[in-house]
Design a protein around this ligand. Structure first.
Ligand SMILES: [Cu+2]
Length: 497
């Protein structure tokens, strides 16, 4: 007791006198004074979450957070100068227990260009800690608060210009566990959405600067989970096994957009916002406001790849807001059973996880591309890369073997239309094709959607190079310069010929 009284006096400025009296009666509102030796918080990088708190008493918890300004890939071959808490977007995950007294150290290293601070939504008090943590490069500041209320909270930088600090990646999550803890699950993951504004277009290569006009107009170039297109796809997908329970801590850093968070093919058993014991059940899509967070839970029932998306769906397929959860294990035909397609009615190997004929995800979500070393884009094998783009983007219609589907999708294998003018195919992929076309003597009068908005110049070049060198086609090479020129030229192909 002497210890707590001593601490009360020490923190006299921060804690009201009433708080000190209450710790004798262990009032519920603030759970009393910290007990035992101070604890150093375990911080994790996304998608990892620190282990649950098993203590049965409040403690003093020391959190050491360092600001890092880092140049990182935001998409394949596209670089951005991120500002971060701990070197990642989103920042390090913090986990404490309700009633804990958190001593937060914010360090801003000497090499930084900006002052930074932190506003934690788990704080009760003006500015969430922003003012006492404002730290210039080369300094460290300390701020103490009591985590009064359990829940999942966003933290972010609140240094002017606030919008720019957030848009550059300065946000993360702090989970305040309830005193009784959360029910045990098999996997906990950390996923956070953010919108990004670059001067270049979507997938424009090289270092991209922040575009303040786009940010003010709320016209993001990228909408991403965990700060990079493909951060959680392919080899980096989240994992679970059939029968396991998955808990996602999902935040939205904004700065502008509200997320319609959805997992394609799953129904959330529980979703909560605020007090963990007050959850909703059987939720399909949950709104996550900018500066808000939700916890979602579900059980993996059927094996396969599940896409995590912002269901404002152009963001998912054209701006990058797409992650994956891969579930391994035995099939569950009583719950989900696919009748094999009769020949020609469906692609032979539809890429897993596509929602009802929705366009394939932007090709850069493909595993091999996600693993491409930074800055080595030029060394990509065009044929291998083109095959990936083809399988994720074109095969659903033209079939994995390029055979097409009679009456619906023309063949790309031995296509006389393609052979007659390979450069014309660049326009077809960029701008789409509609109206009457004749391929190998068969007439088609259908519509191919434009892929220009979702494929980079390189990917259009690679996929056509792959097509030209496959299935008995004449060979040849399309270069990204050809694609760039065709983009500038603009004109749509006149289908009838
Ligand atoms: Cu900042």
């Amino acid at each position: 007791m002497r210890r707590s009284i001593g601490l009360c006096m020490l923190l006299g400025v921060a804690l009201a006198a009433g708080g000190c009296q209450r710790d004798r009666g262990a009032a519920q509102a603030d759970a009393g004074a910290p007990q035992g030796e101070p604890i150093h918080a375990v911080l994790t990088s996304p998608p990892n979450v620190p282990p649950p708190i098993t203590r049965n008493h409040p403690a003093k918890v020391i959190v050491e957070l360092e600001v890092k300004e880092v140049k990182q890939e935001i998409a394949d071959g596209v670089f951005y100068d991120f500002w971060t808490f701990g070197g990642t977007v989103p920042g390090s995950f913090i986990r404490v227990r309700e009633g804990d007294t958190v001593e937060l150290h914010l360090k801003n290293p000497a090499g930084s260009h900006m002052p930074h601070n932190i506003d934690l939504h788990a704080v009760t008090g003006p500015g969430g800690g922003a003012e006492p943590t404002l730290t210039s490069p080369g300094h460290e500041r300390v701020f103490t608060f009591k985590a009064l209320k359990s829940g999942l909270y966003v933290y972010h930088c609140a240094t002017t210009p606030v919008g720019m600090h957030i848009a550059n990646g300065m946000y993360g999550l702090i989970q305040v566990d309830p005193p009784e803890g959360l029910p045990k699950v098999d996997h906990e993951y950390y996923v956070m959405q953010g919108d990004f504004y670059t001067t270049g277009k979507y997938h424009e290569q090289g270092l991209q600067a922040f575009d303040i006009d786009k940010a003010i107009d709320e016209r993001p170039t990228y909408v991403l989970f965990n700060g990079r297109e493909g951060a959680l796809t392919g080899e980096r997908a989240l994992r679970a096994k059939v029968g396991e329970t998955v808990r996602l801590y999902v935040g939205n850093g904004g700065p502008n957009l509200v997320s319609s968070f959805h997992v394609i093919g799953a129904i959330f058993d529980k979703v909560w916002d605020g007090k963990p014991s007050h959850f909703e059940e059987n939720v399909q899509t949950t709104l996550i406001p900018a500066g808000g967070a939700k916890v979602v839970e579900f059980r993996a029932e059927v094996p396969g790849t599940y896409m995590l998306v912002d269901h404002s769906i152009f963001r998912a397929f054209n701006k990058g807001a797409l992650a994956m959860l891969k579930v391994d294990g035995p099939g569950a035909p009583a719950i989900y059973h696919a009748t094999p397609a009769s020949p020609g009615t469906a692609p032979e190997q539809a890429p897993a996880g596509h929602e009802h004929g929705a366009p394939a995800p932007a090709a850069s979500a493909a595993p091999a591309a996600a693993d491409a070393p930074a800055g080595k884009v030029a060394k990509i094998d065009p044929i291998a890369r083109g095959k990936e783009v083809f399988e994720s983007t074109c095969a659903a219609c033209h079939q994995p073997t390029g055979s097409g589907v009679p009456g619906a999708f023309p063949p790309l294998a031995k296509s006389d239309y393609l052979a007659a003018d390979p450069k014309r195919a660049v326009h077809v992929v960029l701008h789409g094709l509609s109206g009457k076309v004749t391929v190998n003597g068969q007439h088609y009068d259908s519509m191919m959607p434009p892929f220009g908005p979702q494929l980079s110049d390189e990917d259009v070049a690679h996929v056509l190079t792959y097509v030209l060198n496959s299935w008995g086609n004449p060979g040849g090479r399309i270069h990204s310069d050809d694609v760039a020129a065709a983009r500038r030229g603009g004109a749509k192909v006149e289908a009838a010929h």
